[in-house]
Design a binder for this molecule. Sequence first.
Ligand SMILES: C[S@@+](CC[C@H](N)C(=O)[O-])C[C@H]1O[C@@H](n2cnc3c(N)ncnc32)[C@H](O)[C@@H]1O
Length: 268
Amino acid sequence: MTDQGFPVDEIDTSRPHPARMYDYYLGGWDNYEVDREAAQRVIDVLPDIIPAARANRDFLHRSVRFLVESGIRQIIDIGTGIPTSPNTHEMAQALAPEVRVAYIDNDPIVATHAGARLTGAGNTGFFLGDVRQPRTILDHPTIGKLIDFDEPVAVLLVAVLHFIKDEEDPAGIVATLRDALPAGSFLVLSHATADFHASSLPEVFKIYDKATATLNTRPYAEVAALFEGFDVVEPGVVQVPMWRPDGPDPEPAEVRRIGFYGGVGRKS
Ligand SMILES: C[S@@+](CC[C@H](N)C(=O)[O-])C[C@H]1O[C@@H](n2cnc3c(N)ncnc32)[C@H](O)[C@@H]1O
């Protein structure tokens, strides 16, 4: 156990973890040999995974800025990932220090780092939870402490639902979260797709099949359908570099490399 009571002894170093593989793609150090080997095999067949991971992280930053500028002061960030600065609360609180953020991930390694890097001040919290049990997340005491469901809330599902199989009902998960939110709330979602790298993906799937969560890419229409019940804000669901870029639109050749769709929806 860590000082924060998180289960460091539950960390599995025998199988690659998606959170630690993503950390490796982003150039982080919070990963083990088993993760580096698996992530490197993905990079060998799909080198675009590195710009894609970075573009996804940049999308997270721009969308959080958009949320705060839209008046959001409370955020539930599910599938937090291993802390990578700037994290959601750092982005949000730089603009509005009163923003409250609840972080949730199901990976114990995220929990061990969360104590030091994601929590501390009274307006952020982390707990271990599984997006496949959205009701349990909504009812958690940390949510009760940080989130007021009478005021608009933003739910972040950034690069997490592609770890959920069809039979685990990703649309049903989003619907349960959506139904708990008051009008004026937001959904931020990004999702891996095979639409641009069809030939490399079978090999990538095989690598994730041996990890703690399988990879379930989805085509454009299925990702867009996850926004049911939300009004998708401009520019819609797009490849993540195209979502409100800072500066001019990125080059089409660069955008083609990015196998992540993302978007932001508002509940009316
Ligand atoms: C690719 S990382 C994304 C991190 C961050 N949201 C970002 O986009 O930069 C995916 C994260 O989702 C977490 N995750 C995977 N399956 C999950 C589940 N069923 N419930 C909660 N978190 C999950 C992983 O542990 C990992 O930290």
